[in-house]
Design a protein around this ligand. Sequence first.
Ligand code: ZN
Length: 131
Amino acid sequence: MADGEPKRDDCDAPPRKKRKIKYDQKYTAEYTDEFKCVVRYAFGATSAFCKLCRTDVNVAHGGLDDIQKHFETQKHATAAAAAKSQPALTSFVNPDRQADVAHAEVLFTSFLAFLVNEANADQQEFSLTLT
Ligand SMILES: [Zn+2]
């Protein structure tokens, strides 16, 4: 060390460690665009919600990669297979039959209206004959 250089007191202290800033991934709408069964989790911005498993998936560390890892779990595979075997709700509804039911309801309602109208007319006639 040369005589002209200023002395530093902290030379014996260990070097400061550089703090690593941690950034958490947060749910974005592109997760839902990519995977239809994943939606925003209501109780945390760093989680997504899998509709098939009905569970939250922490996406804070890997984002889309965390979701991919969730899809590889046995729980998700079982839920996906069960959902696939479920028939669609539309298969239980016959759209042509719904029109027939609506038509029958309209006919029955108009028939009731006709009967009420006739009954009122008869009462008026009856009340006129009494007076
Ligand atoms: Zn799942």
